[in-house]
Design a binder for this molecule. Structure first.
Ligand code: FES
Length: 566
């Protein structure tokens, strides 16, 4: 098996000439033959001025390269695209698969024996791992790490659970224009990823549980020296992996690793997006994520981490309490500790867990934040292929609720009418948003956190049952049913709901039902007309997305990117 510079030669019909030419060009950068004979470790560069969550990437790249060279390898940095949540239209999810293709093909095409994936913002780690699993070259992940917390008027603040909470106060007229402007400068006080248990933090924890990163890699703050040392150590481990040619991503991403990741996802009070991304990654490894098995874990695995939005603290507090290794120690009896990782097994990972006396952020199994897991899977005539609710961030008294549907046809419709004082809505109604799924929006935006109508918010209503085929930011909270599958734009039953219908949510029974009889639903289905194609979707990436994106239960990956083994 060729290695280093001899790997994957450009096709000129003469391998000797291909290598000669490759060397001639790379020598233009001043590399010596000694350097070029070393194992090559690729290092992804996802830095962008549009991506403050990756603002520390240059420092991490330098540290990874140092680690690679200390271990006798040759680091080669290369760019892939960069996606930030707030700078991606229509949504970052729309671009995730593009980034995964970019990562897969660049890792495969270029001569590297191993790769260090540096990333952090919500879609980046999923995209990188999806690509890495498909390319199947040894890969280790260095998350960019969470921001440190902010402060405002003596209160600790964090992106973006508090962004939503304070914006809701502003909407309700309890915080004026000037103060909300001040707050916008304090919610994200450093580079790094959102420091609550949102999607970025969730995915960093999940990556650690899958065995793709070193201990503590998920939670050390982005600006701490310890993160730089983790990057250096990851560079050294990558050289080992390059020399051995293992473990490859497919050796790590197995059924047992996926189950470990799902347990950790439940125990951290993780983002609902985690389940979509894990389904997509699993699809690349030829594994189908079983939503019912995930739901079964929600009854077995409690939420143990006291972090927003399910609890009170932030990622830096989680780190100071012992991070993912300490959490996994608490879950040792249900995790498969023999699952391999980039540097041994998960047992080695748990062994190094620091014991922090008096810490209250990582709870014991006897004293959980929530006796059940973070999220569960609902089914019913509204969601034949499933829907998800984050029960740990919902209002307990709304977990069983029947109400009248108030339907919004699209996100635009919702934006136009939600705050209209004439909107016929009460706190007991169920807000319904459709055409916000993978195809409908497109890109399955995080619009599932429907705002409380202004007149109800002003009257003190903080939560209502809200349902949609959209996603929700992992930083959000409320009694919100998401990922209704199939989506309405794909002919799912959500398309048949009318304002005034009754909807029943029963989380203990795991059901979401439209209380309309079958004959009437059949009549409505016969009249259903699919929404018109999105402007521009007759060509290019938009066409590709619209033609090939799968539903939420399959991870919204493109159908042609899934492993053929499935
Ligand atoms: Fe990048 Fe939150 S916006 S992690």
């Amino acid at each position: 098996m060729p290695s280093g510079l001899r790997k994957g030669l450009t096709s000129y019909g003469d391998p000797g000439f291909s290598l000669f030419l490759r060397k001639a060009f790379i020598k233009a950068k001043g590399f010596s033959d000694d350097a070029l004979d070393r194992p090559i470790v690729g290092v992804t560069d996802t830095y962008s001025d549009f991506n403050p969550c990756h603002g520390n990437v240059p420092v991490l790249i330098e540290a990874v390269k140092r680690g690679v060279m200390l271990a006798g390898g040759l680091p080669m940095e290369f760019p892939t695209i960069s996606i930030h949540e707030s700078f991606s239209a229509p949504t970052s999810m729309y671009l995730r698969n593009l980034m995964s293709i970019d990562t897969e093909e660049m890792v495969r095409a270029q001569p590297m024996d191993a790769v260090v994936l540096i990333g952090g913002c919500d879609k980046t780690l999923p995209a990188q791992l999806m690509g890495a699993v498909s390319a199947d070259k040894p890969a280790i992940v260095v998350p960019t790490g969470p921001m440190v917390v902010g402060h405002h008027k003596g209160e600790v603040l964090g992106a973006c659970t508090d962004c939503r909470r304070l914006w809701a106060q502003h909407r309700a007229g309890k915080m004026d224009e000037a103060e909300i402007e001040v707050v916008s400068g304090r919610l994200a006080p450093s580079v790094g990823t959102c420091m609550v248990m949102g999607t970025a933090s969730t995915m960093a924890c999940v990556v650690e549980a899958l065995g793709f990163s070193l201990p503590y890699a998920a939670a050390v703050p982005a600006v701490h020296a310890e993160r730089v040392r983790i990057a250096e150590a990851s560079g050294k481990v990558a050289v080992e992996m390059a020399r051995k040619g293992s473990p490859t991503p497919r050796q790590l991403f197995t059924e047992r690793a996926l189950r470990n990741a799902l347990i950790v996802l439940q125990a951290i009070g993780g983002s609902t997006n985690g389940i979509v991304h894990l389904a997509a990654m699993a699809g690349r490894a030829g594994i189908r994520l079983d939503l019912d098995a995930f739901d079964a874990l929600s009854r077995e695995v409690p939420v143990l981490i006291d972090l927003k939005p399910s609890g009170d603290h932030y990622m830096e507090h989680f780190h100071h309490a012992g991070g993912v290794p300490r959490l996994m120690q608490e879950l040792s009896d249900i995790l498969d500790l023999d699952a391999p990782t980039v540097f041994g097994t998960l047992r080695d990972h748990v062994k190094v867990a620091e014991q922090v006396p008096g810490q209250t952020v990582i709870r014991s199994r006897q004293n959980p934040i929530n006796p059940q897991g973070a999220m569960c899977v609902l089914r019913g005539n509204l969601a034949p292929r499933g829907a998800v609710i984050k029960q740990s961030a919902a209002t307990p008294k709304l977990m069983t609720h029947e109400g009248r549907a108030v339907v919004f046809e699209t996100i635009e419709d919702m934006t136009l009418r939600m705050d209209d004082p004439a909107l016929d809505v009460t706190a007991d109604d169920v807000l319904v948003l459709r055409n916000a799924g993978p195809k409908g929006a497109p890109g399955m935006p995080e619009a599932g956190y429907l705002p409380i109508p202004k007149k109800l918010a002003a009257a003190g209503v903080k939560d209502m049952v809200r349902i949609s085929d959209a996603r929700m930011s992992g930083t959000a909270f409320g009694t919100i049913v998401l990922h209704i599958t199939p989506e309405s734009a794909d002919g799912g039953p959500l398309a048949l709901v009318k304002t005034g219908d009754r909807i029943r949510l029963d989380v203990p029974q795991r059901s979401i039902e439209l209380l309309v009889d079958d004959a009437e639903l059949k009549r409505r289905a016969a009249q259903y007309k699919a929404p018109p194609p999105h402007a521009g979707s007759d060509r290019g990436y938009s066409w590709l997305f619209q033609s090939h994106v799968t539903q939420a239960d399959e991870g919204c990956d493109f159908d042609f990117l899934k492993s053929r083994a499935q």
